[in-house]
Design a protein around this ligand. Structure first.
Ligand SMILES: Nc1ncnc2c1ncn2[C@@H]1O[C@H](COP(=O)(O)OP(=O)(O)O)[C@@H](O)[C@H]1O
Ligand SMILES: [Mg+2]
Length: 650
């Protein structure tokens, strides 16, 4: 068989000119050049300063160019005034002299402005890229307890809109400041023309500032609320999309739509409030400079009439005031952007400030030559530190190297928790977990997890080919290895019947496959890594009993020499184990062979019977689409009950 390629190949050549040509040759995956200042007492912008500093070269060039461009443009009203005075009124200088100057200055100023903007946008995207990297990198380090709490919609919203608003402010605020600083230059020019009139013209600016501050105060809470509510909407949409199967199977579309429109109404309220405040303040901020024009006309006109001032001066003052209007308007915008950005930054920092709880110790060592001796001693654990009842309390379990142990217990007894603690998704509260005598907290996370293969009951598949999904833990695997793993997991058969065999790209989360098929791919994925310790957490629960029988033969071989913890409730699966451990009331209550437990512990038979009943109900809904066989576990249950009564052997 020809080794398949990793990506589906394009079937037809693209039309000329429509092909997407990426700018970068290769996707970059650099560590962010800067980080957010960890000092939480600082103001948000101050904390983000290192990110801006990382791009200071291009940023400062951009700002300098735009400053020079503006300074050139500020000359124009001055030239205008001179032209009117010297060329039009007194005829001492030819008019063309000024025209050329004004055209020249305008052109140079425009080119400067163009380059400045180009560089500014580049800075903006660089900063956005860095911020996104900082967040993503942080998210990859976060522990499970974090993901238990946060909603993915919230995360996605933070990673998109919040980064955007922070980036906008960080790049455009300095630009607007530069433009406002031109006001100072313009003011100096006005002073050189006429001192009293200059002060009169600028008389309105303090009011613009005061209005801006008041606007800032009233708008800040609203923009905060809007951001938070947008994230709520994102969460509902996210759940709608990811939970579409549940929504549809309960015909709950209307209910979901109601929830969405409820959340959207709340956003709308925020936006209306926002629009109201904006409508009230913006005209004020925009029109106060117009008042300046009127004042100039009144006082300047009086002076001209009395021969104290040339007519050109009024024109120049008007031109300056119009020029100042743009920065003042933008100052209003800047204030609004500032509020948004502050709210967004707080939410981003909320994530960044949260330290991962499960991390490598500074002196952590690698787990090498793992033999597979697993020991839980006096383990206390609870997910939520405020919860009163522990999930595990004084839990003890020892598994010898190469041994296969089945962990049995009621739903919610804490079986999956045991698996999660073993590869340190969470840390124990008291007691310890040791592998080959090493406390798991003294080992590096990467070496620990490389030595423990966990198959979960709800396996997640990526939207890549079946082959890539199986080779996920070992991308260098040859095709033969992938196929061998698939055979061992009982997956080879159905994979070859898929449209493109191993090259078939499975849909998002592998939903184009049945639950049992997904589980088999997940088992193959773990077998391929060949870990010395393996945990199967209800890993065959959705696999039809007949198929499971087939897998068992190969699993038995796979388990040889491998420490295996099987969490299961099917008799057939439990039969794979050397020993059975019953988990109840936070600890191990019985430990022995299947037959011993049947005899000694009535609870054991009860738990198994309950599980079998539960499974029969589930089977009626068809848990595995590709094979529907007789209800083996039903028979198993009958045997079990009989043997429990008669005290027969396994
Ligand atoms: N991520 C979590 N956060 C908080 N509580 C949890 C979490 N996962 C499980 N629990 C709780 O811990 C207990 C044990 O869960 P689990 O180990 O999944 O049980 P089992 O696998 O035996 O069905 C249950 O009461 C469950 O509600
Ligand atoms: Mg479980």
């Amino acid at each position: 068989m020809k080794a398949p390629t990793l990506r589906p190949r394009r079937t037809e050549p693209p039309e000329q000119g429509t092909e997407f040509v990426p700018i970068a040759e290769e996707a970059r995956n650099e560590a962010p050049r800067a980080t957010i200042d960890p000092d939480r007492s600082l103001r948000w912008l101050r904390r983000a300063l290192p990110v801006m500093k990382a791009h200071k070269g291009i940023f400062i060039t951009s700002l300098t160019l735009s400053f020079i461009g503006l300074v050139l443009q500020v000359q124009i009203p001055n030239l205008l005034q001179q032209a009117i005075g010297n060329s039009i009124t007194h005829h001492t200088v030819p008019l063309s002299h000024y025209v050329w100057w004004i055209v020249g200055l305008g052109l140079v100023g425009a080119v400067m402005g163009y380059i400045a903007r180009l560089l500014l946008f580049e800075t903006a995207y660089d900063i956005e890229y860095d911020l996104r990297n900082i967040i993503y990198e942080h998210l990859t380090r976060m522990s499970f307890s974090f993901y238990d709490r946060v909603q993915s919609g919230q995360l996605i919203s933070r990673a998109n809109s919040d980064i955007r608003s922070v980036q906008m402010y960080m790049t455009f605020a300095p630009l607007i400041m530069v433009q406002c600083s031109i006001a100072v230059v313009a003011f100096i020019f006005m002073l050189t023309i006429n001192v009293p009139l200059a002060f009169i013209a600028m008389a309105t600016t303090p009011f613009v500032y005061i209005t801006g501050v008041r606007m800032r105060r009233s708008m800040f809470p609203v923009s905060w609320i809007i951001q938070a509510r947008l994230a709520e909407v994102a969460t509902i949409v996210d759940e709608n999309v990811n939970g579409v199967r549940v929504v549809k199977s309960f015909a709950a579309e209307q209910q979901q739509l109601r929830a969405l429109s409820g959340a959207a109404d709340k956003v709308q309220w925020g936006y209306i409030k926002d629009a109201d405040l904006r409508a009230r303040f913006t005209p004020l901020v925009q029109n106060l400079p117009q008042l300046g024009l009127v004042l100039v006309l009144l006082f300047g006109g009086y002076m001209v009439i009395h021969g104290q001032l040339g007519i050109g001066a009024i024109l120049a003052f008007n031109a300056y005031l119009l020029m100042l209007q743009a920065p003042f308007m933008m100052l209003g915008m800047l204030i609004m952007m500032g509020q948004r950005a502050a709210a967004s930054a707080e939410r981003i920092y909320d994530i960044i400030d949260e330290e991962p709880t499960v991390t490598d110790k500074p002196d952590a060592v690698d787990l090498t030559d793992c033999k597979g001796d697993v020991r839980f001693s006096h383990v206390d654990f609870v997910y939520d530190s405020e919860a009163e009842r522990l999930v595990l309390a004084d839990f003890d379990l020892h598994i010898d190297p190469g041994e296969t142990v089945a962990l049995v217990g009621r739903t919610g007894a804490g079986k999956s928790t045991v698996a999660r603690l073993l590869n340190r998704f969470y840390d124990v509260r008291h007691g310890s977990i040791q592998i080959d005598g090493h406390d798991v907290r003294d080992l590096t996370l990467s070496s620990l997890r490389a030595n423990i293969g966990v198959v979960l009951d709800e396996p997640f598949l990526f939207s890549v080919s079946v082959r890539d999904n199986i080779a996920y833990g070992k991308p260098s695997a040859t095709f033969d290895e992938v196929e061998a793993a698939a055979r061992a997991a009982g997956a080879h058969e159905f994979i070859t019947h898929l449209e493109n065999g191993y090259d078939t790209v499975v849909g998002e989360r592998g939903y184009t496959l049945s639950g049992g098929q997904r589980q088999r791919i997940a088992i193959a994925r773990t077998l391929l890594v060949n870990p010395p310790i393996m945990v199967l957490d209800d890993a065959t629960s959705a696999i039809d009993v007949q198929v499971e029988q087939m897998i068992h033969a190969s699993l038995r071989v796979q388990m040889l020499g491998r420490t295996t913890l099987i969490i299961a409730h099917r008799l057939s699966t439990i039969a794979l184990a050397d020993r059975v451990v019953l988990l109840d009331q936070q600890k191990v209550v019985a430990d022995g062979t299947h037959a011993e437990l049947l005899e000694s512990t009535p609870l054991y038979a009860e738990v198994l019977a309950q599980a079998a009943e539960f499974e029969r109900d589930a089977d009626l809904e068809g848990s595995d689409a590709d094979v529907v066989g007789p209800d083996e576990d039903g028979r198993g249950l009958a045997d079990l009950l009989e043997s429990a009564r008669g005290g027969a052997h396994r």
